[in-house]
Design a binder for this molecule. Structure first.
Ligand code: ACM
Ligand code: ZN
Length: 760
């Protein structure tokens, strides 16, 4: 449970001489929020000359703090002789749990206590957040006074696994950026970097025994431009690639260690292997030469379970494992279509010989072979949740990404799990519904949704199996992130919300705690600016909501942070200051703008209400929308607002996973209708498939049965001319079903996403 103090930092510029400024912390604002803060009376003022004393085990951490302070004071490190009293004292305290710390700021000194260097490191990270952001700037400088209120923080993480992932295959990022990324996540008390090093679009780590993995496999001939769903697809015609040498990997791992970050390499198998097979075609079932993939998605060329393939993979892993001190090696396991194995005589014979049943059994056999090898070397595997299919490898940790069911099933079988569900942890999804957002893979994962994530799935709460939840991780898949700046844009500020989920713990009161988080995030932006981070700022966005009350339709405007003014207009009439929800009774275009201290901030807002015949009706659906994709509730189907053309996860689209739907709209009185229209989202790369048929019933029985055309359009519009007076409409929408082989998401249930049902 979170125990967050409402906080804000006051930034006082005294108007004496230009150089005379003072930084006075008014309240303790730290992200992720510490477990407990006790505020006392008075301030600690950083002296001109500051003496730091630390035991040798905290050398790295005391020097890290000193390197910040040396830009504002003369720093001296004391070696135990007590002639001069130290101002900052690091102490070993064996009563504190691993990674935990106590930071006590007294009027005359600062005490940092921990039992491990990681705890001391996190204490320093908290203290740094109380110093002027200018000390984070290049070059760092602060010439004025610094006053920190007397207080004590007692802190420890909610979860032992606090991760961020980065895909360097779809796009490659230089070593220096990888270090920055690690330093940023460490500053938020995250302790794991999951480095996705191999995939269809490029192999990114030097393997000395197999030089063609990088000489060939690290480069693709060209890259898809625009979105995958665009038709026709376009390519840039430019060769692209890169890789990390083993020396660079060692440098990065050493850097991470200093930052108390464990680096988990991911070597994908048996799928997402096309770049490797490009280098060594004999690793595939057909032996055919295949290119390094030039677009995104799932590919059918996967490793063939031949003895030579296992030898290759074991040799690769034998070079990889010594580079990474981490106890875990991630072996992928996701999205491995079985098409090639079905056609391969060797694979079929192996299934028979080992009595594996089918190709899922063969995948399980594949993973177990690899696990045995990794276990023998004293390490453990992590795999994506597909490794449950066909039977879990005995010691595997499961990373649950297709929702949380994988985590629940694995934890109940006694396996450790890490939560990274697409719904709350995929930072490659859009974070805002504004049209000027840079192109992203799809979906919609706003900051508040990340903040509201509980790593312990409902089905495990209160059970013994919940102890198997090690923590959670934000994933950054880089199909649509070509540059470090774009990675940062997608990571920040969502990584801050995730850091609070995994460090402070899941919220027990989302609205209250999120508003505290935002009140700390707003000043934190100054720190991000100082660090030169290209973050997304949606703190000043407007949100519009249709509210029905007492037979009337109202429109409500809100903005996430407190103390702002909102101005709006309806159908281009005079701009007004927003005070409370206003009535809407016709088609309406609402425009709005947020003001901070009388200045416009954030984007200008626009929303359109289609005032149709169902807006005052009631609606019911036979199944609830999937919890991850039902933010607007069932009422969003008839609230007069269309969903986004590009964000199927917004609060207007409703998502259902494999369910056959029956939607019933009941009018307050029999109503004459002439037209029904709706839309289905059809993003096959994300397993969204429009239904094949729908059926409509009224008071008079079945009115229409409509076959819908298969389509490669992102959005399928359905318009039905009808002419009846009826008290209700029932729309039956069977799910597209299990996605067949050869299509994206093969073997999985298809999602159905439906938008507004407009009745005229
Ligand atoms: C995944 O996103 N394919 C793990
Ligand atoms: Zn085969």
């Amino acid at each position: 449970m979170k125990n967050i103090l409402l906080v804000c930092i006051l930034f006082n510029v005294l108007a004496c001489q230009n150089t005379e400024r003072s930084w006075v912390v008014d309240e303790i604002a730290i992200i992720p929020a510490p477990q407990q803060i006790t505020v006392g009376k008075g301030y600690f003022e950083i002296p001109q000359k500051i003496r730091i004393q630390a035991p040798a085990v905290f050398d790295n951490e005391s020097h890290l703090l000193g390197s910040y302070l040396k830009n504002t004071a003369a720093v001296e490190y004391l070696k135990g002789s007590r002639i001069d009293a130290p101002n900052i004292i690091f102490e070993i305290d064996n009563t504190i749990i691993k990674e935990g710390y106590i930071l006590a700021v007294l009027a005359n000194k600062i005490l940092i206590k921990a039992n491990s260097s990681s705890g001391a490191f996190y204490a320093v990270q908290s203290l740094i957040q109380l110093l002027p952001p200018k000390l984070d700037q290049e070059p760092p400088t602060w010439l004025g006074a610094i006053k920190i209120p007397v207080h004590t923080i007692q802190d420890a993480p909610a979860f032992p696994y606090r991760g961020m992932h980065l895909d360097v295959s779809r796009h490659f990022f230089p070593k220096e950026f990888i270090k920055k990324y690690i330093a940023h996540l460490a500053s938020l008390k995250m302790n794991t970097f999951h480095w996705h090093l191999t995939d269809d679009q490029g192999w990114r780590i030097e393997i000395k025994q197999y030089p063609e993995l990088t000489s060939k496999g690290a480069y693709r001939e060209e890259t898809l431009i625009g979105h995958y769903n665009e038709s026709p697809q376009k390519f840039d015609g430019k060769r692209y690639g890169g890789f990390y040498t083993q020396e660079e990997v060692k440098e990065i791992v050493a850097f991470a260690k200093q930052h108390h970050v464990s680096v988990i390499p991911e070597i994908e198998l048996p799928g997402h292997a096309q770049a490797a097979i490009h280098g060594y075609p004999e690793l595939g079932c057909s032996g055919e030469q295949v290119p390094v993939a030039t677009k995104w998605g799932v590919f059918e060329n996967i490793y063939c379970p031949k003895p030579e393939t296992f030898t290759f993979l074991k040799n690769v892993l034998d070079e990889v494992m010594p580079l990474f001190p981490s106890q875990y090696i991630h072996i992928g396991g996701d999205e491995a279509p079985k098409t090639a194995w079905k056609k391969c005589a060797h694979c079929q014979a192996l299934i028979k010989e080992k009595a594996l049943g089918d190709e899922h059994g063969l995948q399980s056999y594949f993973i177990k072979e690899i696990e045995m090898h990794i276990n023998k070397k004293g390490k453990k595997i992590i795999g994506w949740d597909e490794i449950l299919e066909g039977g879990l490898a005995p010691n595997a940790t499961v990373m649950s990404w297709r929702g949380t069911q994988g985590a629940v099933a694995a934890a109940k079988q006694g396996h450790d799990v890490i939560l990274t569900p697409t719904s709350h942890a995929y930072f490659d999804y859009y974070q805002a519904t504004y049209d000027d957002e840079p192109t992203a893979i799809g979906g919609y994962l706003p900051l508040k949704k990340v903040y509201g994530f509980n790593p312990i799935p409902k089905a495990l709460q209160g059970t013994d199996a919940s102890k198997h939840v090690l923590g959670a991780q934000g994933n950054i898949w880089t199909e649509y992130m070509k540059t470090p700046d774009q990675v940062m844009y997608m990571a920040f500020p969502r990584i801050l919300a995730m850091s609070e989920v995994v460090w402070t713990g899941a919220t027990s009161d989302l609205d209250k705690e999120y508003s505290s988080f935002l009140s700390r995030l707003e000043p934190y932006l100054e720190r991000l600016d100082a660090k030169g981070i290209n973050y997304a700022n949606h703190l000043f966005d407007l949100e519009g909501t249709v509210v029905k009350k007492e037979g009337q339709v109202f429109y409500e405007l809100s903005t996430p942070t407190a103390g702002k003014q909102i101005k709006y207009s309806v159908n281009n009439a005079l701009e007004q200051t927003y005070i409370k929800p206003f009535i809407v009774s016709t088609d309406a275009t609402i425009k709005g703008q947020v003001y901070k201290n009388k200045n416009p901030v954030g984007r200008s807002f626009s929303d359109t209400i289609k005032y149709h015949k169902a807006i005052k009706a009631t609606v019911a659906v036979n199944v609830a929308p999937h919890p991850a994709y039902g933010a607007g509730g069932v009422k969003a189907l008839i609230n007069g607002v269309w969903g986004s053309n590009t964000r199927f996860g917004d609060k207007e689209w409703l998502g259902f996973w494999g369910d056959d739907l029956e939607i019933t709209i009941t009018f307050p009185e029999p109503t004459e209708i002439s037209k029904i229209s709706t839309r289905f989202y059809n993003a096959n790369g994300q397993w969204l498939y429009a239904p094949k048929e729908i059926e409509i019933q009224t008071d008079y029985g079945i009115l229409q049965k409509v076959n819908l055309p298969g389509t490669d359009q992102t959005i399928l519009d359905v318009n039905l001319g009808v002419g009846v007076t009826t008290s209700f409409i029932k729309i039956s929408i069977p799910s597209y079903g299990i996605i067949p082989d050869g299509l994206q998401g093969a073997g999985n249930k298809a999602w159905t996403f439906i938008d507004e049902i407009v009745i005229q």
